[in-house]
Structures are given as C-alpha cells and as structure tokens.
Design a protein around this ligand. Structure first.
Ligand SMILES: Cc1cc2nc3c(=O)[nH]c(=O)nc-3n(C[C@H](O)[C@H](O)[C@H](O)COP(=O)(O)OP(=O)(O)OC[C@H]3O[C@@H](n4cnc5c(N)ncnc54)[C@H](O)[C@@H]3O)c2cc1C
Length: 456
C-alpha cells in the first residue's frame, strides 16, 4: 500500500494534512454551512499529480472527493476523513480564435475563461456568476445567460481529458470513448477527474444587460406574462425571473434599497434596438420600479453578482424543473417569494428553452430537455445564526412548488437529497449512466457526487 511519503514524492503540488498550517483555509468550500474535515488535501498542479492522487486514493481505499471551484451547494467538492483531489491550482486557458475553440484546465473558474475569450470577442455558455468552477458547472449541464441562444454549457463541450478510477488518462469526445463523453455531459463527476475541457466559442462581446424590477404585488401579472413571453421570445433574448431584495448598492436608486421586488434580469446578445423591440411588451407590464437595460461587456455581466455573493456564507438550496407554470404555481410563488427571509435569499426561474431544447433528451446525460424552467430557491446569509431561518424558508417554498414541477431537478442545484432524487433527475438516462459507470468505475470510487451507482 502506498504511503503518504510515496505520494508526496510523486506530486509537484502541495499535500495538506490536518496538522499543517493552512489546513483550515484549504478545507473551506464556498458554502459556509459545509464544515468537513478531510484527512488529506492534494492540491494538484497537473494531470500527473491527479493520476498519483487517484492511485493513492484507490490503493489505500480512501473516500475521495474531487474539488474544482468548490462552489457545490451540497459540499460535494470535499469530504470528512478522506482525500480531496483539489484542482484549484490547475489554471490555464488557451483560445484558438481561428477554430473558435477554447481549452480550459480543470481548476479554472468561469472568470478565467471569460477574461481569456473576451479578448477575442468570443464566449461559451456558462452560468450567471464568474466565481463558479468550470468543472462542476459543466459536468452537471451548465445553465446561464447564453442558454437560450447557444444551449447549455455541455452542448458546447467538444472534448475532455480525464483520469479514470484505475489511474488511466483518456480523452473522451464524439469519436473516442464516446460513451464516456455522453455520460460526462450532465452526469457530474461520477466517471473520473476531468483535467481539461475543450469548448466551442461564439461571437459574444458586448451584450444588453440589466434588470426590470416590479413591486411584489405585481408578481402574479408579471409571471403570467413571462411564462408566455419566454416561449415566444427570440433566442438572443435571455431573462431570468427572480424574487430578490434590492441590495444597497450605488447602481440602484436609494429609495429601492432593501425593498423586496420581483425582477427579470435581462441579457441579450441582440443589438440595443433588437433587444428593446423584443422585450418592450414584457417590460411594460404593470408599473416597473426600475427598468435599466444597457450595453455591458460580457465578463462584466458575468461578474456583476460576485461581490454580493462572496465565499463563506450560509447557503441552503432546493430546486425543481418545470415544463409549465400554472396559475396555482404562480400563486405559491407570490406567497413564498414575497417573504424572502434575508437580503441575499432569492428564487430564480431560469429559462432552459431555445437552443437548449434543440438537443434531444437522450443525446446527453442531461435529461430534462423539455423543461421550460430550472427553478432554484436559495436561502443565503452571512450569519450562521440564520442558518435555520433560511433553511426553513427554502424548504417550505420548495414543498409548496414541488407538486407543480416536472419531477427531478438540475443536479447542480440540488443538496444531498438521496438516490431517488438523483434517479428522478436522470429519468430513463439513469440505466445507461449506471452501465457506463460500471464500465469505467465499477467500485464506485468516485462517489462524492450526485451518485450514479454502477449497474448490478
Ligand atoms: C453562487 C453560485 C452561483 C451558481 N450559478 C450557477 C449558474 O449560473 N449556472 C449553473 O449551471 N450552476 C450554477 N451554480 C451551481 C454550480 O454549477 C454547482 O455548484 C457546481 O457543482 C459548482 O462546480 P464547482 O467546480 O465550483 O464545485 P465543486 O464543489 O468543486 O465540485 C462540484 C462537483 O463536481 C465534481 N467535480 C469538480 N471538479 C471536477 C473535475 N475536475 N472532474 C470531475 N468532477 C469534478 C465534484 O466531485 C463535485 O461532485 C452556482 C453555484 C453557486 C454557489
């Protein structure tokens, strides 16, 4: 059996154990509610380090977690009394502007990618914040500002390099290991450690961005208009619906500070004129409190919420998919969305139609292609004393809406909710995923994730 000293001699990165200075900082993940104490953290700097760490974990039968950006709500980038293969030092983004592709190292966050691609006037679909890990977001699907125009992040994934449970390093794409490539597009970190991703890029540079706010009393009218609007809107228009508390930031008029509102946060890849024309009917519903859409560079848009949602706060998540939004569901939203328990708690309804629906439900592991919205309810607060309050609000809101949902959720928005929920999210793709898991990871070595169990 390999010793820690043997592992130390074969990696160039850092090994951090509980007795080392810096252990407490190294074990922290984004969600302050997660307080896990791994036995060892290996901060890899390259694929060779990852291979060594995987071999060590397997040879010593140690519970092993993979950490990309560390953002996972359920804390699936770490574990108690086990090994954490931490890729956060594996940076590097290479843009090929002629081929319109980008190669991204497994430890990058989206801000790293946006910075590099924006210089060429290009972007690939990611999320709504720049500090999230490329790895975890991509492997679960990837829902963001460009979803309606260019699809989910996985719809733009061209290939991955991965280290498998037996320590082999392989490339998976449409030609090589295509079963694995199918599985990693939505199946999460179940199949190996991805050390590098290759994405397709699109011409995205300056977008039309900003919110329309309404008083919460107008939320039912806004949602009734929005459920139809977002089906018919051109694909360059993205706008997610939210209940939120207006933060006391200089970009918002002081009289709105700390007021609960309902909002649509717009991001359009069309021109200012096209955007205005396409969104005017929606933006003139009721009496908006603020309507502030204007041009912004895409990386600025992606990082707008970074300063608000800083690492280390308490987060409790719940999520569902919706194929429709009935009047009854809207009534429940108004009831619970108007009672946000803290300034940072929020509910977002992300549209997942447009280009994302052009891919069939069995073409990638991500199953809910017919869904219109991915809903996420998050209780957020810096103060651990409010953990119970935000959790209860979140669960109550979820319980009220779940009966109207399509069942299952976007796995990246789920907490640790058990096998039934994982299977409900993959539906009839689950058995194919389980067979691929059996082929590539028969002992379920990679089990700290929304776990797909190897087929019997
Ligand atoms: C503030 C915030 C905003 C978010 N916004 C969005 C959004 O706009 N759109 C969206 O789709 N999601 C969003 N998410 C959810 C996000 O996609 C998930 O939390 C995701 O798991 C984060 O990935 P990570 O690499 O940062 O996380 P980690 O905690 O590091 O890892 C998450 C999971 O991915 C696996 N994993 C990580 N790295 C690798 C790797 N290299 N190889 C194999 N498996 C790996 C881990 O095993 C773990 O199971 C957001 C989350 C937060 C906290």
């Amino acid at each position: 059996m390999q010793s820690i000293d043997q592992l130390r001699s074969s990696v160039r990165g850092e090994l951090i154990a509980p007795t080392d200075t810096g252990y407490d900082a190294a074990r922290k993940v984004y969600n302050g509610m997660i307080d896990k104490r791994p036995r060892l953290i290996v901060r890899c700097v390259d694929a060779a380090d990852v291979i060594a760490a995987v071999r060590y974990g397997r040879d010593t039968a140690t519970l092993t977690a993979i950490r990309g950006g560390g953002h996972n709500g359920a804390g699936l980038g770490t574990c108690d009394d086990g090994l954490v293969i931490d890729l956060s030092r594996m940076k590097g983004v290479h843009v090929d502007p002629a081929a319109r592709t980008v190669r991204v190292a497994g430890g990058c966050v989206w801000g790293d990618v946006d910075h590099a691609t924006h210089a060429y006037g290009l972007a690939t679909p990611s999320g709504f914040i720049s500090t999230t890990g490329v790895a975890g977001l991509t492997l679960g699907g990837g829902i963001g500002y460009l979803t309606r125009r260019y699809g989910l992040t996985i719809d733009n994934l061209l290939s991955v390099d991965m280290v498998l449970a037996d320590g082999r390093s392989v490339t998976a794409d449409n030609k090589q290991n295509s079963d694995l490539f199918w599985a990693v597009r939505g199946g999460g970190g179940n199949f190996g450690v991805v050390t590098s991703f290759e994405f397709r890029l699109h011409p995205v540079s300056t977008v039309q961005f900003g919110p329309t706010f309404w008083p919460p009393e107008q939320a039912a009218d806004v949602l009734k208009a929005y459920r139809k609007f977002i089906v018919d809107a051109p694909e360059e228009i993205n706008g997610f619906f939210a209940f939120l508390v207006v933060p006391p930031a200089p970009m918002f008029p002081p009289h709105l500070h700390m007021k609960t509102v309902c909002a649509i946060v717009w991001c359009s890849t069309g021109t200012a004129e096209q955007t205005d024309k396409a969104t005017r009917s929606m933006r003139s519903i009721g009496t908006p409190l603020l309507d502030a859409v204007g041009p912004a560079p895409f990386p600025v848009v992606q990082s707008t919420f970074d300063g608000l949602f800083v690492p280390g706060m308490q987060w409790y998540w719940r999520a569902d998919n919706f194929t429709e939004l009935s009047d009854e569901a809207i009534a429940r939203h108004v009831e619970h969305g108007s009672k946000l328990p803290t300034m940072l708690s929020t509910m977002h309804l992300y549209p997942v139609n447009g280009a994302a629906q052009k891919v069939g439900k069995n073409e990638t592991a991500y199953s809910f292609r017919e869904a219109l919205f991915a809903e996420v309810i998050v209780g957020v607060d810096p103060d651990p004393a409010n953990a119970k309050k935000i959790t209860e609000w979140c669960k109550n809101y979820y319980d009220a809406l779940h009966p109207y949902s399509a069942g299952g959720a976007y796995v990246n928005f789920m907490m640790d909710e058990g096998q039934e929920r994982v299977q409900a999210s993959f539906r009839d793709n689950y058995s194919r995923l389980a067979a691929i898991k059996k082929k590539y990871d028969p002992s379920n070595f990679f089990c700290v994730n929304q776990n797909i169990r190897p087929a019997a």
